[in-house]
Design a protein around this ligand. Sequence first.
Ligand code: SF4
Length: 367
Amino acid sequence: MTPSSPTPTPRQSVSETGPPPGTDGSRRPLLQVADLRTYFHTASGVARAVDGVSFTVGKGETVGLVGESGCGKSVTALSLLRLVQPPGVIEKGSSIRFDGTELLSLPEREMRRIRGNRIAMVFQEPMTALNPVFTVGDQVAEVARVHDRAPRREAWRRAVEMLALTGIPAPEQRAREYPHQLSGGMRQRVLIAMALMMNPSLIVADEPTTALDVTIQAQILELLAELQERLGTSILMITHDLGVIAESVRRVVVMYAGQVVEEASVRKLFAAPRHPYTSGLLAAMPRMGERRERLEVIPGSVPPSTAWPTGCRFHDRCPFAWERCLAEAPPLYDLGDDHSSRCHLAVEPERREHPHPPLVTLERGVA
Ligand code: SF4
């Protein structure tokens, strides 16, 4: 922050400010998540996997949700589709508005209509998401049969068309094959075809390229971008990989310990991250043309969601933590220009001058 910058203020919640505009210029974003809390009530305590998360996705926009495993990204995705299984509960006061409708108050019958029709999900492991005993054509066609009550022949025709659209060569022939006969990249294309079958407004893609090698990963990301441009679909891209984020989204939401800790445009986040956790993730990322002996790592690991640390949840891994961080949970500070960070450095930037070994390394005696 420059000396002339206004003092950052805690960001108002979406419900206080009214909905921000969608990227298509409309007043309302397609998806508006506000104060989402998904808790698991277990014998060993309450796991607050998602703990007050708010973000939006505009119409035709791709937003990245990024963080390490255990930060709450996948539970957020399942919550959007109301697929959280007991003992998981979406707590009262949470809100998920989709195209103006509050999903959390819909009867399950109506929610089933939204799943697959309006919001589709692409899972991370195509081999487990596909049924090994049915042909891929049958599985893609099944989407039209279930959601659209399409007759068998019509559903098959649409399935083949969709496989062709996702770039599968010889789609007629491939449609008659079983998942194990296809490569990992092909199987992921089949999952994308299934997701696109009903022309959804939003695709939630949970680590869609994790199981793929880098060349196929690049092809799948390119395919998603191309389809999005052609069909105008919004995408929520969930990943632990900032490389995927750099290539595929315009706006990024960073999650840590069940909360949003930073949100910015991809350009700003990569050029000037403001939260030490985001900086740590970026330092751990390999970059083209850069020779480094070793990649940086963020010391320690994400704490269990039954016992988030007091104060700032990142304080034991942070190289800047001071007394305030241990005592006072930081709000999401509004830094202006659609950039926000859940870090007290926003209001005490001079603390950046004094990095030190994080508590977690001192506790282990390895500093
Ligand atoms: Fe680190 Fe303190 Fe910022 Fe948390 S609030 S990220 S501990 S500097």
